[in-house]
Design a protein around this ligand. Sequence first.
Ligand code: KG4
Ligand code: ZN
Length: 326
Amino acid sequence: MIVLGIETSCDETAAAVCKDGTIIVSQISTQTIHRKYGGVVPEIASREHEKLLNEMVSDTLEDAGISKKELEGIAVTQGPGLAGTLITGVSFAKGLAQGLGIPIKGVNHLEAHIFANFLADPALKFPFICLLVSGGHTQLWHVKKISDYILLGESRDDAAGEAFDKGARILGLGYPGGPELEKLAEDGNPDTVVFPKAMMLNNNLEFSFSGLKTSLLYYMDSQNNANLNDVAASYQQAIIDVLVTKLKWALDTTNCMTCVIAGGVAANKSLRDSVKTMLSGNKVIFPELALCTDNAAMVAYLGELYLSNGHESSPAFPVLPNMKLG
Ligand code: KG4
Ligand code: ZN
């Protein structure tokens, strides 16, 4: 089956074509305009998607060597995400699907992040544990099979990506903060500053990162000449220690041997290295970097799975900015 995927949940405009489980072409355009505001401005993001989508979809199909008439389905991110940007993508996708007379499937963005791991390793087998770490979510999922997910724990406040972004802002770095903070941390010593790690007792699988960010703020206020590389490395390490410890607890609790990492923070090299080292006895899978952050390949892949099994959305399906999984 040939499926076009469209992703507009935040500030990445993306389109991809998936054919029989293989991604033929995947295009992503990151909206750089938000950098000067220090974060995503929803209204601007919607307008940027509107400007880009038509041409991006045409280019993607052309690069894939596929005409619109050959498309057999469309998958589009239904939520969670920014209401306005989701509406832009879903309206575009509905118009195209209706015009072509083909089925459409609204896809859960979080579920798509998890399924990006099947693109990394097509031999991945259920059940597995997923550490989902994005800008809006930090969750541990017991993925039993498609559509059968148990939430083991999640953040009570900030997501891990938010902790990176807010930490980066405190350190005077640009947006998005995760990659910037990671770069700064490369030349730092992670053992320099002791930052708090919340909820680290008794196999607790919940997370909390808001205290960490406040602690960084107080630390920076109390220092005149802090070595920013060391501070960034220590801060990053505190986040990673919590994530990897809880991932290990989740594997132990469920007796699962396989784990996957998903979402933008999964692009962090230190996190990837720590997971590999700490979980050397487990099968560990990460998507390639471009499939960790927002993309349409994961949407097209998951959409094709659903559509090829007859699960299409009704033509009037709504966007769900707070869409849940499980
Ligand atoms: O999954 P994603 O692209 O968008 C959401 O669905 O939220 O995740 C974006 C988040 C941002 O908070 C960004 O700072 C973080 O992922 N991120 C990183 C890295 N690359 C992206 N965090 C740490 N290290 C990175 N290399
Ligand atoms: Zn995402």
